[in-house]
Write a protein that binds this ligand. Structure first.
Ligand code: C2O
Ligand code: CU
Ligand code: CU
Length: 551
């Protein structure tokens, strides 16, 4: 009986939903040629809601719920994903892809270009505002945008099943529920996220709120976003990506670009700055430190401000992660230079013997081949102290308040849900032995709305571990604890003091042999979200799964 009623309800929801969408299409004045996808093509080919196991032990996903509507739209932006030619190096320009933004409603500065860059734009909005973004696909392949770190309805989250074909449009509309922070957006079509991000599709979504305004951090020109990405160019200045370059490690370039620019220099005044760092690289992990030994003052992580600043000698920054630094250049003489470097660390390679690893590299297209392997030392950002500032701002002792989740409040605090990185010989990385399935979840991937859960993320199968930055869509979580296999402790020691686990996180680096317990709460929205490795090549190879929030 339960099942039949569920089916009826689902059918109603689907047709009601289609009506809503047609209505929306009319009232938002889109032409007949415009297509709004979402809610169609769902995996409802079976029947029933999360009850039919398929051959691999997974369950078919139900339809997505509708997003709530009501609040007036404060910001409406058109983002055209399009191919472009950009001068990046001296000589021939580089074929890139980019998002071109037009603000329809709101202030022009609400979607501003990243100066001199094919990356971007930077979208700025305030908590509580309603935002509409129209993605128009002018690429030659399917795409979709995901708002990394943001808490939006499932059908607004950029799941690959909503990918749109060239010429089509996807209209996002959501209220900003997240606290102030450095969020970002990038493509999420299955198997093509890596190449699309690599070609230049990535932007920042900076959310502000009252708590942040009250914190007293440097703002305006003293608040600087820095997107760090490694790239490789051929003799003709074209980006290199593909077979032979993408190995077991994913893609590792031979040079670092900041904000899409090679040899990026940040010219500063003798005062304090807020530096918002995003690791937008496909696979490279950085261990960041100032070259003069000045400790880093960390003020924010993925999900916004920490409670108080935290001092570190170095910080780890894995693909997808953000970290914000308060950096004070007031004591430096004019003309001095300070360099943010990535320091060497170990454990970035597969935990196998050298011979085995070399063999594997050959077969997978070259792990040993990277000119600059993960863990190699490199220069990331050169800061030049150029002008005298009249005043500076002190580091605020208190930044925000964070409500701590408690393990005893979790519905499964004594038996966390385990998600383990695993690999199938020569067939890529998996999660709990499963590869990505567009329309399915496994029984252990269904959680209940309005519950706090404990998850244990594991990268310790005992062989062939490598770094995996694991990312969960739709939530910000809190990290409770980490541990490592004794056999991999030596590598871990070279990175562990650079973790900043005190704040809100959506991406967590797991080194070889490492495991972590996290607490996360599912609120507001039911539907299917993703969790995956944010090494984009691992993700594209299937190290991604759905999880279902069930009302
Ligand atoms: Cu930044 Cu699913 O990704
Ligand atoms: Cu995400
Ligand atoms: Cu991975």
């Amino acid at each position: 009986m339960g099942q039949k009623r569920q089916m009826d309800r689902q059918e109603r929801t689907l047709s009601q939903r289609d009506l809503n969408r047609r209505e929306f299409l009319r009232t938002s004045g889109l032409g007949a040629a415009t297509l709004i996808i979402g809610g169609t093509g769902l995996g409802t080919g079976g029947c029933g809601v999360g009850t039919l196991p398929n051959s691999s032990g997974s369950l078919v996903l139900p339809a997505q719920p509708d997003s709530p509507r009501g609040l007036a739209v404060a910001l409406e932006v058109v983002l055209r994903a399009t191919n472009s030619d950009t001068p990046v190096l001296t000589g021939p320009s580089t074929r890139t892809s980019t998002y071109q933004a037009t603000v329809l409603t709101g202030e022009v500065g609400d979607a501003s270009a990243l100066p001199g860059s094919y990356l971007g734009p930077i979208i700025r909005a305030r908590k509580g505002q309603r935002v509409r973004v129209r993605l128009i696909n002018e690429l030659s392949e399917a795409t979709i945008i995901h708002w990394h770190g943001m808490h939006v309805p499932a059908d607004m989250d950029g799941h690959p099943r909503y990918a749109i074909e060239p010429g089509e449009e996807y209209v996002y509309e959501f209220e900003i529920l997240d606290r102030a922070g450095t969020y970002w957006f990038h493509p999420h079509p299955h198997r093509r996220t890596g190449p699309q991000v690599y070609s230049g599709l990535a932007g920042l979504f900076l959310v502000s709120d009252d708590e942040e305004s009250a914190a007293g951090l440097p703002s305006g020109e003293y608040d600087v976003p820095l997107i760090i990405q490694d790239r490789q160019f051929d003799a003709n200045n074209q980006l290199v990506y593909g077979a032979g370059i993408v190995g077991f490690d994913g893609f590792l370039g031979d040079r670092v670009l900041v904000n899409g620019q090679p040899s990026f220099n940040l010219d500063v005044a003798t005062r304090s700055y807020r530096l918002r760092l995003l690791n937008g690289s496909n696979s490279r992990v950085y261990k960041l430190a100032w070259d003069d030994g000045t400790p880093l003052q960390v003020v924010a992580t993925d999900g916004g401000l920490l409670e108080t600043p935290i001092q570190r000698d170095y910080v780890m920054l894995a693909p997808g992660e953000r970290i914000e630094l308060w950096a004070d250049f007031s004591a430096y003489a004019l003309g001095s230079e300070i360099v943010l470097r990535s320091l060497p660390f170990s454990g970035g390679d597969i935990g196998m013997g050298g011979m085995m690893s070399g063999m594997m590299g050959g077969m997978m297209g070259g792990i040993g081949g990277a000119l600059l392997p993960n863990g190699a030392e490199l220069e990331v950002l050169r800061v030049r102290v150029e002008t005298e500032a009249e005043a500076t701002q002190d580091l605020p002792p208190r930044l925000s308040s964070i409500v701590r989740y408690r393990a005893e409040d979790a519905v499964n605090g004594t038996s966390p849900r385990v998600f383990a990185a695993s690999s199938a010989m020569m067939m890529g990385w998996r999660l709990n032995g499963r590869t990505f399935e567009m329309d399915a979840v496994a029984a252990n991937e269904i959680v209940n709305l309005n519950t706090l859960e404990m998850w244990e993320l594991v990268n310790a199968t005992g062989h062939m571990e490598m770094m995996h930055p694991l990312h969960i869509h739709g939530v910000q979580f809190q990290i409770m604890e980490r541990s490592v296999l004794p056999s991999r402790a030596a590598g871990w020691e070279t990175v562990r003091y650079g973790y900043v686990d005190e704040g809100w996180k959506d991406t967590l680096l797991l080194m070889p042999g490492e495991r972590a317990k996290i607490l996360l709460r599912f609120v507001d929205f039911s539907g299917a979200y993703l969790y995956h490795c944010h090494n984009l090549e691992h993700e594209d190879q299937g190290m991604m799964r759905n999880y279902l929030v069930q009302a």
